[in-house]
Design a protein around this ligand. Structure first.
Ligand code: HEC
Ligand code: HEC
Ligand code: HEC
Length: 126
């Protein structure tokens, strides 16, 4: 009898650990995917590069653009883009909410950028 009392909590802990991958998967399925631009296949750099480096890219763009040194970005294919969050990124990624935020919410990034910069949603409302 005594040994049963010890076994039950141990079994509960064991079951919880074993089923963790299932819980994590349920969470991943419920998370909404960022909405990619329709009818376009490429970002300004590869998808992998953008995923890993968009924050650094935006930082650099801001610094270089605001300092007035260089307003144009030339990508790895030689195409030129204006270094602008609103005019370039958001021209293709037409929703801050359905694109940027879907990822950021899940990783807890607070995009204070939109305290000052207009989102496409805000511009539409104006
Ligand atoms: C010319 C249109 C265009 C511009 C400009 C553009 N993007 Fe993209 N972006 C896309 C497309 C299309 C994809 C999907 C690419 C793919 O599937 O390979 C994408 C993918 C991404 C991804 C990866 C999303 C994912 O789910 O993997 C990020 C992050 C991203 N863009 C951020 C940005 C940022 C930040 C800027 C501005 C610095 C920007 N994009 C400018 C069209 C654009
Ligand atoms: C595919 C998922 C994804 C998409 C889409 C995405 N981001 Fe991010 N972003 C991230 C992740 C993950 C981080 C955190 C990276 C880290 O902590 O190193 C991040 C960080 C950032 C940061 C740095 C924030 C800080 O506090 O340092 C900025 C700025 C940023 N993203 C801007 C954007 C903008 C603007 C868009 C929409 C055009 C966008 N991101 C779309 C995944 C994404
Ligand atoms: C306190 C207000 C404020 C905040 C917060 C802010 N910005 Fe800006 N940003 C500005 C101003 C002002 C300019 C200069 C506007 C101009 O040159 O037309 C600028 C310019 C830029 C530019 C270059 C010009 C352009 O059209 O985009 C980029 C890129 C940029 N910011 C990115 C960001 C990103 C990314 C964040 C968040 C990590 C951010 N900013 C947060 C005020 C802000």
């Amino acid at each position: 009898m005594n040994s049963m009392i010890k076994v039950i909590p141990a079994l509960a802990v064991f079951l919880a650990i074993v089923t963790i991958p299932v819980w994590i998967n349920i969470g991943a399925e419920e998370m909404e995917k960022p909405e990619l631009p329709e009818g376009m296949s490429e970002c300004i750099e590869s998808r992998e590069y953008m995923r890993a480096n968009h924050m650094k890219m935006l930082d650099q763009w801001r610094d270089e653009s605001v300092r007035g040194s260089d307003h144009m970005y030339t990508n790895s294919k030689g195409q030129k883009f204006e270094k602008s969050l609103v005019k370039t990124c958001m021209n293709c990624h037409s929703s801050q909410e359905k694109f940027c935020e879907r990822c950021h919410e899940s990783v807890g990034v607070n995009n204070y950028c939109w305290d000052c910069h207009f989102t496409p949603e805000q511009m539409e409302a104006n």
